[in-house]
Structure formats: structure tokens, C-alpha cells
Design a protein around this ligand. Structure first.
Ligand SMILES: Cc1cc2nc3c(=O)[nH]c(=O)nc-3n(C[C@H](O)[C@H](O)[C@H](O)COP(=O)(O)OP(=O)(O)OC[C@H]3O[C@@H](n4cnc5c(N)ncnc54)[C@H](O)[C@@H]3O)c2cc1C
Length: 133
């Protein structure tokens, strides 16, 4: 089985590493921040995950917050004009619910899940060009 290194353990990297691990690949996950540093660190984004993205997490058994995250059922957008009133304003329902789980909680838990599985290696290191070469 091919050996694969994934650099960065964010929404993309941590999920990719866990998915490859599930499919039997020998994966090394390189992250410049460990789980505790991520948990104590700054907010990573506003992290609204829509249904299709959540489905990928569900299929990999990674959406551990299904029953705790409030369902987001629609989006509303307003662009405030120079007079303080909305120039543009719209509201739309979503076809499937979205969820917003703090990425610090998710990514830290996913790194620990990857490490606990025992088949992959987590390397705490800021990867540079030399590492890529
Ligand atoms: C304010 C804001 C709001 C956003 N809101 C949304 C939203 O609502 N919905 C949505 O889908 N997207 C949103 N995004 C986009 C969001 O950032 C991406 O969807 C997602 O977080 C990107 O995941 P990623 O894994 O590519 O990057 P990141 O989540 O940034 O993860 C990258 C990881 O790699 C690590 N890293 C970086 N460099 C190195 C290195 N050299 N060596 C080792 N590790 C390294 C970092 O520490 C980090 O943990 C938002 C972004 C911002 C900034």
C-alpha cells in the first residue's frame, strides 16, 4: 500500500488523513500545531458546513457532533448601503441542514482520533519546501 504524507491537520488535511487511514493507507500527518494548541488557539473560521460536506464527514464516521450541533435551516444576507438600510437583502432555505462546529474542537478531536487508531503517525513540525522535496 502506498505511503502518503498529509501536511496540515485542518478541515481538509485531518479529514483526508483519516479517510486514507480508513482505506488502509500508511499515512503520516504533519501538523505545526498539536490538538491542545489548536484548542487554545484562535478561531479558525466561521465554519458553516453544508449538507454535502457533512455527508462526507458522516460517511467517514467523523461527524461526532451530529446530535449536539443546532441545525441551520437557511441563509439570510443583507448588504447595508450608505444610508444604513439594506441595498440588497435575501433569505433562502437550505435543501439540507448545515452545522457549525468550532473547527478547533473538530480538528483537535480528529488528530487524536487519527493518532489513537495506531496505524498512522502524527509528526509535530512546520513543514517547509525541503520537507516537500
Ligand atoms: C473568517 C473565515 C470564515 C470562513 N467561513 C467558512 C464557512 O463558514 N464555511 C466554509 O466551508 N469555509 C469557511 N472558511 C474557509 C475555511 O477556512 C475552509 O473551509 C477550511 O477551514 C479550510 O480548511 P483547510 O484544511 O484547507 O485549512 P485550515 O483549516 O486553515 O487548516 C490548515 C492547517 O494546516 C496547518 N499548517 C499550516 N501550514 C503548515 C505547515 N507548513 N506545516 C504543517 N502544518 C501547517 C495549520 O496550523 C492548520 O491547522 C472561512 C475562512 C475564514 C478565514
Amino acid at each position: 500500500m502506498r505511503r502518503i504524507a498529509v501536511i496540515g491537520a485542518g478541515q481538509a488535511g485531518a479529514q483526508l488523513a483519516l479517510g486514507l487511514q480508513t482505506h488502509g493507507y500508511d499515512v503520516t500527518l504533519v501538523t505545526d500545531r498539536g490538538p491542545d494548541e489548536i484548542r487554545r488557539g484562535p478561531v479558525m473560521s466561521s465554519q458553516c458546513m453544508f449538507d454535502t460536506s457533512l455527508q462526507s464527514e458522516r460517511e467517514l464516521g467523523l461527524h461526532h457532533w451530529e446530535d449536539r450541533a443546532p441545525d441551520i435551516s437557511g441563509i439570510a444576507f443583507s448588504l447595508i448601503g450608505p444610508h444604513g438600510t439594506p441595498d440588497v437583502s435575501w433569505r433562502a432555505p437550505l435543501e439540507g441542514h448545515a452545522h457549525s462546529v468550532d473547527q478547533r474542537v473538530k480538528c483537535a478531536a480528529w488528530i487524536e482520533q487519527f493518532a489513537d487508531c495506531g496505524r498512522g503517525e502524527v509528526v509535530l513540525h512546520e513543514a517547509g519546501v525541503d520537507d516537500l522535496e
